[in-house]
Write a protein that binds this ligand. Structure first.
Ligand code: PGA
Length: 245
């Protein structure tokens, strides 16, 4: 089983989201080899949920950490759960770098996502400077540690998405061999926090031409795809590529 998670970010309005979701339903097959999940905007979430008719899972791009209450503008993990979500992204580079979320914020969101019985997808990744100065592992270690250390994980399921900041939306994807190496390292590191086997996704400039190269590696359980998943032509090509594996 491989995972294909589509992060639609803020690319699509409601009508476009529904149109794309409806177009995907006949393409995704029975989900036995590839498990698909869509992460639409909060605004389009309910309509996309109806459009996929239970054939594709849904996830939240971002969650507040309190369940309900007087929090203007926020949508909690709990409310996403009640609306039909299975997953929630947390720690995405755009949240860290554009919206200034700290490792501490990310830990609180991760806990709230587990508390709402959603499956967190913890995104981690280093900047170009960190990579070039040999601090990649240091940065990833810190991101994992500040989120997971001392957390009561038991047998709780979660994903890690390795998404190097320099590869997101740039066309400068991490090579599959390099992603395989670092996924190995992340697997080892995760043993400090959980006995479960954690699926590790790769994200950053994945497209129809490179997706199958990533999925050939055992350490790469799936992909988290942004812009290439946000229009029907490239999504169709991505699906064709992963289904021919
Ligand atoms: P990208 O984004 O595929 O557009 O590089 C990936 C992500 O941010 O999840």
């Amino acid at each position: 089983m491989k995972y294909f998670f589509a992060n639609w970010k803020m690319y699509l309005d409601n009508a476009q989201s529904v149109e794309l979701a409806e177009a995907l339903v006949p393409l995704v097959g029975d989900g036995s080899n590839i498990h698909y999940a869509i992460f639409p905007t909060a605004l389009a979430f309910a309509q996309v949920t109806s459009a996929v008719e239970g054939k594709v899972s849904l996830g939240a791009q971002h969650c507040a950490w309190t369940p309900t209450g007087a929090y203007t503008g926020a949508v909690s993990a709990e409310l996403y759960k009640r609306a039909g979500a299975t997953y929630a992204l947390v720690g995405h580079s755009e949240r860290r770098h554009i919206f200034g979320e700290s490792d501490h914020d990310i830990r609180k969101r991760f806990e709230a996502i587990l508390g709402a019985c959603l499956i967190p997808v913890l995104c981690i990744g280093e900047t170009k400077e960190e990579k070039e100065s040999g601090k990649r592992e240091y940065r990833l270690k810190k991101q994992l540690m500040t989120t997971l250390e001392g957390m009561e994980l038991g047998h709780r399921e979660f994903f890690v998405a390795y998404e190097p900041v320099w590869a997101i939306g740039t066309g400068d994807a991490c090579t599959p061999a390099d992603a395989d190496d670092i996924h190995h390292w992340i697997e080892e590191e995760l043993r400090l926090y959980t006995k479960n086997t954690i699926s590790i996704l790769y994200g950053g400039s994945v497209n129809a031409s490179n997706v199958s190269e990533y999925l050939k590696f055992e350490t790469i359980a799936g992909v988290l795809v942004g812009s290439a998943s946000s229009n029907i032509d490239s999504f169709r090509s991505l699906i064709a590529a992963v289904q021919s594996l």
